[in-house]
Write a protein that binds this ligand. Structure first.
Ligand SMILES: C[S@@+](CC[C@H](N)C(=O)[O-])C[C@H]1O[C@@H](n2cnc3c(N)ncnc32)[C@H](O)[C@@H]1O
Length: 175
């Protein structure tokens, strides 16, 4: 092995370790670490008309991970499908996938969802643990415009708001 090859290998190992250190640091400092939804389960909800979609639907996934749920809804030809993700690697990945999939109605924001105005959305999805749900439901209630907002929380439920239905692992709220 030449010196250049050894150096390249060492640099690659260093970058790989750096990536994992940053990844774990971001996830540990997050209240809700990354764990993807099973899109087939969401698709069943839409197929069974548990979630109603129209051309005017403005959807957002709060903590959108790699964007899989956002892309699923965007492909249903709704007006807008947004994702808000605090992890810069996941935001970058989902922006890349958005470009590859050529989805025009998608926007991915790399930010804290608590700093994003949620007033324009009428369909909200989240897969987040503990008290983040209550904070977000309060925020949606304050920021929403006149129309009703449907919020779907995967697995975790609010301790303040009552769901109007539960299907599979999904809690549905009307705000
Ligand atoms: C359990 S994962 C769900 C990912 C995606 N929604 C899905 O269902 O496949 C939760 C995501 O929320 C993100 N997250 C946690 N706190 C956040 C915050 N304050 N602002 C934006 N994203 C956040 C995490 O980085 C993680 O990617």
């Amino acid at each position: 092995m030449t010196l250049v090859a050894i150096l390249s290998l060492l640099i690659m190992i260093f970058l790989l370790i750096l990536f994992f250190v940053i990844w774990f640091w971001i996830n540990l400092s997050n209240k809700s670490p990354y764990y993807p939804s099973i899109v087939k389960k969401i698709q069943s909800l839409v197929d069974d008309k548990e979630i109603s979609i129209s051309a005017n639907t403005k959807f957002v996934d709060l903590g959108s991970g790699d964007g899989r749920v956002v892309f699923y809804f965007a492909k249903l030809n709704i007006l807008q499908a947004d994702g808000i993700e605090i992890n810069p690697f996941l935001s970058l990945l989902s922006r890349f996938l958005k470009t590859v999939l050529r989805l025009k109605n998608v926007k991915i924001y790399n930010k804290d969802f608590l700093k994003h105005d949620l007033g324009c959305y009428n369909l909200v999805y989240m897969f987040l643990i503990d008290n983040q749900i209550d904070k977000l439901l309060e925020k949606i209630k304050q920021e929403k415009k006149n129309s009703e907002v449907i919020v779907i929380s995967n697995t975790f439920q609010s301790s303040k708001f009552l769901p109007y239905k539960k299907v599979d692992t999904f809690y549905f709220y009307k705000i």
